[in-house]
Ligand binder design. Structure first.
Ligand code: KG4
Ligand code: ZN
Length: 341
C-alpha cells in the first residue's frame, strides 16, 4: 500500500466531516459532527447557523483525525476539500481552513466536487467496483443519474426538474407533522405500513427521458392528508404508517424506473447509489432485490457513508490528484458546481 496521506474535509451542508486516508482506500480516521439535532428545532438547515457550527467543529476534528492516525500535519501529502456544490457559508469555512492548513504545513490543496465525492462513496468499501457504472445520486439537494465511464469521466444523464428526492421526503414529513430530517422518520414509520394503501402518482414513470419530478407527489400527499382530515379519520389520527409506506413506494418506483431506463439505454449493468436517500430501506431493497434489479448489479455504500462524509471526499481527491488535477492557490468555493454537464 502506498504511504500517500490525504486529509479529507467536507463542510458543504450541515455535516462537518474529516477523514484521513492512506493510499487509495485505507481509512486511518473518519470523524463526523452532525448538526441534525441543532437544525431539527428549526425544521431544516439554517445556513448561517451551519457555517458557525462548521467553524466551531472543524479544527478540533482535524486535530482529532491526525491524533487518531498518529501523524502530524506536515506528514500529509494532500488536503482534499469540498469546494461545491453546497451552501456558500459552509463551503467557505472548509475551503479557507484547508488553505490555511496548507500554508502552515506546506501541503497542496485540491478542491473536490461534492458530487464526485458521492460517486466515490460506493467504491470506499467495494474494491471490485470499477467503471463503467451508473450512479444514482439522491440527497437533500440532488437527484440525478450520472454515467461514470472512467474515473474523472462523467456524464449527467438526467436530473430532477424540481425538488430533490430528499427534499420531497423532508417536505412530506412536514405535511405529516414529523420531525426533520423527514427521510429516516418516514422510512421508520413505513416499516409497519401498507405501500398500496394509497395510490400516489409515480412522477414521470413512463417518459423516455432520465428525469425526475417530486413536487406533484408532495402535493398529492398534501391533498390526501386534507381529505383524510376532512373525513375525520378513525380515532382522529392519520394512518401515518400507510401514508409513509405509500409515499415511499411512489418515490422509490420513480427512482427505479429511471435507473432501469438508464441501464437499458446505456447497456451499463453496474448501478450505484449515494446521498442520504440511498440509506432508504425501500430503495436499497428495490435496487438489490426488486424485479427490475435482475438486469443490473447494485453496489451500495454502507448506510453511514450514504450521507455526507469526508472519506468519499478524500478518496475522490486522491484519485483526482493521481489523474493530474491541481487547484489554484486562491481556490474558492463554487456553490453551484455541477458534474458531467
Ligand atoms: O446526502 P445528505 O446527507 O445531504 C445532502 O447533501 O443533502 O442527504 C440528506 C437527505 C435528507 O433530505 C434526508 O431526509 C434524506 O437524505 N434521508 C433519507 C433517509 N436518510 C436520510 N431519505 C429517505 N430515507 C432515509 N432512510
Ligand atoms: Zn451530499
Amino acid at each position: 500500500m502506498s504511504d500517500f496521506l490525504t486529509l479529507g474535509i467536507e463542510t458543504s451542508c450541515d455535516d462537518t466531516g474529516v477523514a484521513l486516508l492512506q493510499g487509495e482506500r485505507h481509512i486511518l480516521a473518519e470523524l463526523l459532527s452532525s448538526q441534525i439535532r441543532d437544525h431539527a428545532r428549526f425544521g431544516g438547515v439554517v445556513p448561517e447557523f451551519a457555517a458557525r457550527k462548521h467553524l466551531e467543529n472543524l479544527l478540533p476534528l482535524v486535530e482529532a483525525a491526525l491524533r487518531e492516525g498518529g501523524v502530524s500535519g506536515r506528514d500529509l501529502d494532500l488536503i482534499a476539500v469540498t469546494c461545491g456544490p453546497g451552501l456558500m457559508g459552509s463551503l467557505i469555512v472548509g475551503v479557507q481552513a484547508a488553505r490555511a492548513l496548507s500554508q502552515a504545513w506546506e501541503v497542496p490543496v485540491l478542491g473536490v466536487n461534492h458530487l464526485e465525492g458521492h460517486l466515490f462513496a460506493p467504491m470506499v468499501d467495494s474494491e471490485d467496483l470499477k467503471p463503467p457504472f451508473l450512479s444514482l445520486i439522491v440527497s437533500g439537494g440532488h437527484t440525478e443519474i450520472v454515467r461514470v465511464d472512467a474515473l474523472g469521466s462523467y456524464e449527467l444523464l438526467g436530473q430532477t426538474r424540481d425538488d430533490a428526492a430528499g427534499e420531497a421526503y423532508d417536505k412530506a414529513a412536514r405535511i405529516l407533522g414529523l420531525p426533520y430530517p423527514g427521510g429516516p422518520e418516514i422510512d421508520r414509520l413505513a416499516q409497519d405500513g401498507d405501500p398500496d394503501a394509497f395510490a400516489f402518482p409515480v412522477p414521470l414513470q413512463h417518459t423516455k427521458q432520465v428525469e425526475f419530478s417530486f413536487s406533484g407527489l408532495k402535493t398529492a400527499l398534501l391533498w390526501q392528508v386534507r381529505r383524510l382530515e376532512a373525513l375525520g379519520t378513525e380515532g382522529g389520527e392519520l394512518p401515518l404508517a400507510d401514508l409513509c409506506a405509500s409515499f415511499q413506494s411512489a418515490v422509490t418506483r420513480a427512482l427505479i424506473a429511471k435507473v432501469a431506463l438508464a441501464v437499458r439505454t446505456t447497456g451499463i449493468r453496474s448501478v450505484t447509489a449515494s446521498g442520504g436517500v440511498a440509506a432508504n430501506s425501500a430503495l436499497r431493497r428495490a435496487l438489490t432485490e426488486g424485479t427490475e434489479a435482475r438486469s443490473w448489479r447494485a453496489w451500495l455504500p454502507r448506510i453511514s457513508r450514504c450521507t455526507d462524509n469526508a472519506v468519499m471526499i478524500a478518496m475522490a481527491g486522491k484519485s483526482g490528484w493521481d489523474r493530474g488535477l491541481r487547484s489554484p492557490e486562491d481556490l474558492s468555493p463554487d456553490p453551484s458546481l455541477e458534474i458531467g454537464v
